[in-house]
Design a protein around this ligand. Structure first.
Ligand code: ZN
Length: 211
């Protein structure tokens, strides 16, 4: 279970779901994400909705997306549109009980990717992790440019040149970064998306603070 899901007190942020989305883009072959992202979601949905709840979500999906979710192939490339379909369906199904379910989905990805939890803040490791996320983003998505900059109280992730985007995807990214900070021992993390390609900005900017 992710630290974000276990957290008492301030819950993970509610998603900002306004804005435009582009799901296929000019080059459909580039609009792909790694199958491991479906694997993380399968585990998370079983955890919070149970086997029956998971089956109910699967039943609402188109055949391609249902197949990616039921039998995730970690290293295969899957359509971005399917990931958004799954996340939107999970959101619509679970938002009553978990209004911040998109952040929790992102958090579960970070939980799987990082595993260990640091006892106290290791800033060096956290910054290294964020830098590697930016550097190796093309292991998880075939598109875009991602850059991480250190700031006095945290950092900033800049995502640009996305041929496909959705506020749903950005909402799960917020949870991914929050969980990444928490697992590295950060306390009171904040992650705010201050610019977004879905709102017409040239890039998505995730401003993060921790201590
Ligand atoms: Zn965005």
């Amino acid at each position: 279970m992710s630290l974000l899901l276990q957290r008492k007190g301030p819950a993970a942020p509610l998603p900002r779901l306004e804005g435009k989305e582009v799901l296929v883009g000019p080059n459909p072959d580039a609009a792909k994400v790694k199958g491991v992202m479906f694997g993380g979601r399968k585990q998370f949905l079983n955890e919070v909705a149970g086997e029956e709840g998971f089956a109910a979500i699967i039943a609402k999906l188109t055949p391609r997306t249902a197949s990616y979710t039921k039998t995730p192939l970690a290293s295969s490339w899957c359509e971005f549109a399917s990931l958004i379909e799954l996340d939107r369906t999970a959101y619509e199904t679970l938002k009553q009980k978990y209004p911040n379910v998109l952040a929790l989905i992102g958090a579960s990805s970070a939980e799987l990717g990082i595993g260990r939890v640091y006892k106290s803040l290791d800033s060096t490791e956290l910054v290294k992790f964020m830098e590697s996320q930016a550097l190796f983003h093309n292991q998880f998505q075939k598109f875009g440019n991602v850059r991480f900059d250190k700031t006095p109280n945290g950092g900033r992730m800049l995502c640009s040149d996305y041929p496909v985007y959705s506020p749903i995807y950005c909402a799960s990214a917020v949870g991914f970064y929050l969980e990444s900070i928490l697992r590295h021992g950060g306390t009171d993390p904040t992650v705010v998306e201050t610019k977004c390609q879905a709102l017409g900005d040239a890039f998505c900017a995730f401003e993060m603070t921790w201590r």
